[in-house]
Design a protein around this ligand. Structure first.
Ligand SMILES: [Ca+2]
Length: 211
């Protein structure tokens, strides 16, 4: 029995080695980035008047093309798996102009799939051209939906909003051996397997020693 347990332990270590996964704990690792140059990816969607558009400098962004319309709800939404991440932050660049006090640009977040939406950011009027950053600490270990939402009321329209360069960062394990460091390797199963075999081995060994 002891040999089997030791072989199991070695096999578990071997699995990590064969997967070429050099797992390194990194603070502020990139979990997700989106500059929209290649369009939308899985888990992302646009609705209403928000469009992908490319400016004269070749920079593709999301936002209003021309003025927005009255009584609209426009959104870009994104699903992110934070199962293995903590201390998560989200940042993006934005600029624009809306009717102050009546037409709003918001960043909203909810735990997928059931919880209600929380407002992380809410702006109106002049939206200064800047990078906006917010923490998502309370969503560590969860799957979340993020939504950038614009709403207008029944009168007066302006140029609206544009946003870009979404970056979600957090603390967690990354595969240092991968060619693309942003590719995440699920560590929960290998680590649990390793711990499970180790604990089992120690307890059986102790039990096998005559008192
Ligand atoms: Ca309005």
């Amino acid at each position: 029995m002891r040999n089997k347990l030791i072989i199991g332990l070695i096999a578990t270590i071997g699995f990590i080695g064969n997967a070429n996964a050099e797992l390194v704990y990194q603070q502020g690792a990139e979990i997700f980035t989106q500059d929209f140059q290649n369009g939308l990816g899985a888990g992302e969607s646009l609705s209403g008047q928000f469009k992908l558009f490319t400016d004269a400098n070749g920079n593709t962004q999301v936002g209003h093309v021309g003025s927005y319309i009255n009584n609209t709800v426009d959104s870009y939404s994104l699903k992110v798996d934070l199962t293995n991440w903590s201390n998560v932050t989200v940042s993006f660049t934005a600029s624009g102009y809306t009717e102050a006090g009546y037409d709003f640009f918001k960043l909203m977040v909810r735990e997928f799939p059931q919880s209600g939406w929380s407002v992380k950011y809410n702006n109106s009027g002049v939206i200064s051209n800047a990078t906006y950053k917010f923490n998502l600490f309370e969503y560590s270990g969860k799957v979340i939906d993020l939504a950038w939402v614009f709403t207008s009321d029944y009168s007066k329209t302006f140029g609206g909003v544009k946003f870009d360069n979404i970056v979600i960062k957090g603390d967690g394990y990354i595969d240092n051996g991968a060619t693309n460091p942003s590719i995440k390797v699920p560590v929960t199963l290998p680590l649990l397997g390793l711990m499970g075999f180790g604990l089992l081995g120690f307890s059986r060994r102790r039990a096998a020693v005559p008192c």
